[in-house]
Write a protein that binds this ligand. Structure first.
Ligand code: ACM
Length: 546
C-alpha cells in the first residue's frame, strides 16, 4: 500500500535551468536506480559515449548497475532513440512509470537530454560518492525542448590573468550543465601571450611573462612579482577534446592588430618603433596600449598569417576570432610603412572613416581571405564594421547594441554581447564597499555606480532581439557574456564573477521570452542550482544583498 502510494504520488515539478520550452507533468514516477538503458543503433558514437558515461555514473551513485544495450526499446527502461524530426540541439523526453524515451537528432540534443535528466535527479548524480538511499525517481512528464539561439557563448580572458587547464575545464563543466555551446577563448593581449606558436617561440618565452602587475586601480604601481603562463599545444588539444565531449566548440581569439604589445615585446621588428634597444615590454598596467602592429610591413602580415595558420590547424571549429577592437592608429599616422601602404592601396579619409581606419579593414580582409583558404570564418569585435567589411564576416557587438543592430541590418551575422548586459567583469550590485574590487571600482563612485552594475536580474532581463528590425533578426546568431580579468587573479574570484550570472545568461540564450520567469528562475537558483554549485565545489556570488 505504501509502495503503491509512493509510486503514484505526484512528484514536485523539477527545477531545470535553462527552463525547457515545454514541460508537462504527469502522474507517477520512474525509478532510475538499476534501470536498463537501451540505445538505438542509429545513435552516433559520441552520444553513445556520453550515454555510457551517464550510465556508469548512475550505477556508481545509486549502487545498482545500469547496463546500456544496443537494441530496440521494449516499452520499459530508459531508451535513447535517434529521431531526425527533432530540432537541432533539441530533445524530447517522455516519462511513464514504466519507461523514459528520449529522442534527439544530434549529439548536442542527446547531451542536453542527459543534462536535463541529471537536473531531475539528486545532486549526487554530479559526484562520484555512492548515495543509494537518495530518491532516484524522476516524475512522469513530457518535455519538448530546443534552444532559441544556436550560438550560446561565454568568453574568458586568460591573458590579463592566466587560468590553469583544470580551471578552464571547471568552467567548461558548468557551461555544459547550462547548455552553453561556445567557449570564446581570449588568448593574446598586451599583458600576455598565452598560446604556444611553433614558428615564433619567443611569443611564449618572452611574451607570456610580465615584470609585475599594477596594484588595484593604481596605474603608477607595480607589485614587483613576475607573472605569466601559457598553454602548450598539447594542453590546448586536451581542452578542445574536453570541450567537444561536452558539446562546446572553442573559438580562439588572436586579437589584432591592437592589443599586441606582448607580441611586440617578443618580436619588436613587427612594431612601428623599429628594433632599436628593446622598445617594448609585456605591459604591466591595464588599458588600451597605443603600441600596435606595423601592418604596413609585409613581414608583420606574414607573422599574422603564420600565427593564424597554426591556430586554424589546431582548432577544429569553423570560427577564428580576430579581435579588431580598440586599435589606436596614432602610430600608423606617422609610420612610413603604414603611410606607404595607405598610398599603395589608395585609401582615403572618406565618409567619416580615416585612411588609417581603412588600413585596418585591409588587415581584416586579408586575414579573412587567408582563413577562408583554411576553411575558417572570421568573427571580430564590432570595430571591424567601421569602414568596409567583407561579406561573410561575423560581428560581435560589444559597444552597446547599436553595432549589432547595424551589422544585422546590413546582412552580417551577429553575436550580441553588449557591455550594458553581458560584461561579467562589471560589479554585480551597487554595493561598492562589499563587492570585490572590479572594473566598476576603477571608473565609478558609489554615487555614479547606479545602472552600471550588471545584476543577475538585469542580465536575466536582456532581450537580444530588441531593436533589431524583423527582417534582420535571422542574423542574430546568439548571445555571449564576457569575463575580462584585469582585476580577477584567483579561480574563486573568477567563479564568483561568473556564477550565478551564467545561469541567467543560459536562459537569455536558450529560452523564448514567454518561457522566462524571473521568480521561477531565482527560486530554481536558491533550491537547485546553488546547492549544485556547492556540491561540485564551484564558488558563486550569493543571491540578494551581501
Ligand atoms: C572589448 O571589450 N574591448 C571587446
Amino acid at each position: 500500500m505504501t509502495m503503491f502510494a509512493a509510486c503514484n504520488a505526484k512528484l514536485a515539478e523539477p527545477q531545470i535551468v535553462p527552463a525547457p520550452r515545454s514541460l508537462e507533468m504527469g502522474e507517477g514516477a520512474l525509478n532510475l536506480k538499476g534501470i536498463a538503458i537501451f540505445c538505438d543503433p542509429a545513435v552516433d558514437s559520441l552520444s553513445r559515449f556520453a550515454l555510457d558515461q551517464f550510465s556508469g555514473r548512475l550505477s556508481m551513485v545509486t549502487g545498482k548497475k545500469s547496463y546500456v544495450t544496443t537494441g530496440e526499446p521494449a516499452g520499459k527502461g530508459l531508451c535513447f532513440v535517434k529521431d531526425v524530426s527533432v530540432a537541432p540541439e533539441g530533445y524530447r523526453i517522455s516519462v511513464t512509470p514504466a519507461s523514459a524515451v528520449v529522442r534527439a537528432s544530434d549529439f548536442n540534443g542527446f547531451l542536453y537530454s542527459l543534462q536535463t535528466l541529471r537536473q531531475m535527479l539528486p545532486v549526487s548524480i554530479y559526484g562520484t560518492a555512492p548515495d543509494p538511499g537518495a530518491d532516484w525517481r524522476i516524475p512522469c512528464c513530457e518535455i519538448d525542448d530546443a534552444p532559441r539561439f544556436g550560438y550560446r557563448g561565454l568568453m574568458l580572458d586568460c591573458c590579463r590573468h592566466f587560468f590553469s587547464v583544470d580551471e578552464v575545464k571547471k568552467v567548461l563543466d558548468v557551461m555544459a550543465i547550462y547548455k552553453l555551446n561556445r567557449f570564446h577563448w581570449h588568448l593574446t593581449e598586451d599583458q600576455g601571450w598565452r598560446i604556444q606558436i611553433d614558428k615564433y617561440p619567443r611569443l611564449t618565452e618572452v611574451g607570456a611573462w610580465r615584470n609585475g602587475t599594477m596594484v588595484g586601480g593604481d596605474w603608477n604601481s607595480n607589485d614587483g612579482i613576475r607573472y605569466g603562463g601559457y598553454y602548450t599545444k598539447d594542453e590546448v588539444r586536451d581542452i578542445i577534446a574536453y570541450a567537444a565531449e561536452r558539446g562546446i566548440t572553442i573559438i580562439p581569439e588572436v586579437d589584432l592588430p591592437g592589443h599586441m604589445q606582448a607580441a611586440l615585446a617578443s618580436y619588436p621588428e613587427l612594431g612601428c618603433k623599429g628594433s632599436k634597444p628593446q622598445p617594448y615590454e609585456v605591459w604591466t598596467i591595464w588599458g588600451v596600449s597605443k603600441q600596435v602592429l606595423n601592418v604596413g610591413n609585409e613581414k608583420t602580415m606574414r607573422f599574422l598569417e603564420d600565427v593564424l595558420g597554426e591556430i586554424a590547424d589546431l582548432f577544429p571549429g569553423e570560427y577564428i576570432h580576430i579581435g579588431g577592437d580598440e586599435c589606436p592608429r596614432d602610430e600608423w599616422k606617422t609610420d612610413p610603412d603604414c603611410q606607404a601602404k595607405i598610398r599603395q592601396l589608395r585609401l582615403k579619409d572618406k565618409d567619416g572613416v580615416s585612411a588609417e581606419s581603412r588600413l585596418q579593414n585591409y588587415v581584416t580582409a586579408r586575414m579573412q581571405k587567408f582563413l577562408a583558404g583554411k576553411g575558417k570564418k572570421i568573427i571580430g569585435w564590432d570595430e571591424i564594421l567601421e569602414g568596409d567589411l567583407a561579406e561573410g564576416a561575423t560581428v560581435m557587438s560589444w559597444r552597446g547594441t547599436k553595432g549589432g543592430i547595424k551589422a544585422a541590418s546590413m546582412g552580417y551575422d551577429v553575436v550580441m554581447s553588449p557591455t550594458t548586459y553581458c560584461y561579467l567583469d562589471y560589479i554585480q550590485s551597487s554595493d561598492m564597499e562589499k563587492e570585490p574590487f572590479s572594473i566598476t571600482h576603477q571608473w565609478e563612485t558609489p554615487e555614479s555606480v547606479g545602472e552600471s552594475a550588471i545584476t543577475l536580474e538585469k542580465l536575466y532581463g536582456y532581450e537580444p532581439l530588441k531593436g533589431i528590425p524583423d527582417d534582420a533578426q535571422k542574423h542574430i546568431l546568439g548571445v555571449q557574456c564576457n569575463l575580462w580579468t584585469e582585476y580577477i587573479a584567483e579561480p574563486a574570484h573568477l567563479e564568483y564573477m561568473l556564477f550565478p550570472r551564467v545561469m541567467a545568461l543560459s536562459e537569455v540564450q536558450w529560452c523564448t521570452p514567454e518561457n522566462k520567469d524571473e521568480g521561477r528562475f531565482i527560486e530554481s537558483l536558491a533550491e537547485h542550482e546553488l546547492p549544485l554549485l556547492d556540491y561540485i565545489g564551484v564558488n558563486y556570488r550569493p543571491l540578494g544583498d551581501l
